[in-house]
Design a binder for this molecule. Structure first.
Ligand code: KG4
Ligand code: ZN
Length: 345
């Protein structure tokens, strides 16, 4: 089976074709991503109107290129999948409407994919992880710990009560005068900084639920920065290193609690999976690797280009759903909000 996947929920316009083989393996035939970072950078963050317009301008070309690189015509795919939310509604409408039009003209099934589900299932594409597993989803828009029990079967063990971790990275970068998107910049600065110079809080540490809170940490960075202003290059590096060390501690503490909650609810997970843009962070990955080893689990982290938003994860989630006959009608609506699971802890 071959599925075309379209992703337009944020600031990446992406399309990909993924194929499942007879022995159950999967292969990415093409994976085209066009980032709008340059268009949003002057504003220090994603501007929804600019994003929607940019998706309209390039999506047709990106889809054509994905098909071409896969060596396929539209009539040769078995289904068309698109992220139908959650995300910036203008962009979601562009991607889903395009997918509907393609599905209609090619007379193929349409699959409306939840963007979070696509992140959640991508480790099955790259690492063949079997259900159930614990997922730490850390992106710009989301910070969640989920028990992934099957396609469409998720229990939310923890979520953030305020900012996402990606947002905390981005806001910290902004207040330190680093360009957008902040995550990779903060990581680069942190590499040459002193993680112990500033004593920053570890919000929620030791709490019995697996929820996160990040806004206090960002505020603590601001207070320290204001206290020692004007900042030297060393100050910026040390603030980044101290911030990142606090985030790492928080992630490990919260994930450890989620592992315990998982055990109580769903038995032993087959793996600890990390997905979303922040999973590109090497310090976060290393800490999770240690935690997984400690718990006797495998850590599965998709390669960097599949951690951030991409079309392959949408195509793959579409494939997983198609195999189960979970297809959608052309009347399916785009959704700005679309929780993957209700709180279950
Ligand atoms: O999953 P993603 O590409 O988009 C969303 O669906 O949100 O995640 C983007 C987020 C941004 O907040 C970005 O700053 C963060 O992931 N990010 C990082 C790193 N690379 C991207 N955060 C920390 N360290 C990184 N290396
Ligand atoms: Zn995402």
């Amino acid at each position: 089976m071959r599925v075309l996947g379209i992703e337009t929920t944020c600031d990446e316009t992406a399309a990909a074709v993924v194929r499942s083989t007879q022995d159950g393996d999967a292969e990415i035939l093409s994976n085209e991503v066009l980032s709008q970072i340059a268009e949003h950078a002057p504003y220090g963050g994603v501007v929804p109107e600019i994003a929607a317009r940019a998706h309209v301008e390039v999506l047709d070309r990106i889809v054509a290129r994905a098909l071409e690189r896969a060596g396929l015509r539209l009539s040769e795919v078995d289904a068309v999948a698109a992220a139908a939310g959650p995300g910036l509604i203008g962009g979601v409408i562009v991607g889903l409407t395009t997918a509907k039009a393609l599905a209609l003209v090619a007379r193929k099934p349409l699959i409306a994919v939840n963007h979070l589900e696509a992140h959640a299932l991508s480790a099955r594409l790259t690492d063949k992880v079997a259900f159930p597993y614990l997922l730490l989803l850390v992106s710009g828009g989301h910070t969640q710990l989920l028990a992934v029990k099957g396609v469409g079967d998720y229990v939310r063990l923890g979520t953030t009560m305020d900012d996402s971790i990606g947002e905390a990275f981005d806001k910290t970068a902004k207040l330190l005068g680093l360009p957008y998107p902040g995550g990779p910049q903060v990581e680069r600065e942190a590499e040459r900084g002193d993680p112990e110079r500033f004593a920053l809080p570890r919000p929620m540490a030791g709490r019995p639920t697996a929820d996160f809170s990040l806004s206090g940490l960002k505020t603590a960075v601001r207070i320290e920065a204001e206290r020692i202003a004007p900042l030297t290059a060393t100050d910026v590096a040390d603030l980044c290193a101290s911030f990142q060390a606090a985030v790492v501690d928080v992630v490990v503490d919260r994930t450890r609690v989620a592992l315990r909650l998982f055990g109580e609810r769903a038995g032993k997970p087959n793996a600890l999976v990390v997905a979303g843009g922040v999973a590109a962070n090497q310090a976060v990955r290393r800490a999770l690797q240690r935690l997984a080893s400690e718990a006797g689990l495998r850590l599965a982290a998709p390669p960097l280009e599949l951690c951030t938003d991409n079309g392959a994860m949408i195509a793959w989630a579409g494939l997983e759903r198609l195999r189960k006959g979970m297809i959608d009608g052309l009347g399916v609506a785009p959704k700005a909000r679309w929780p993957l699971a209700e709180a279950g802890a």
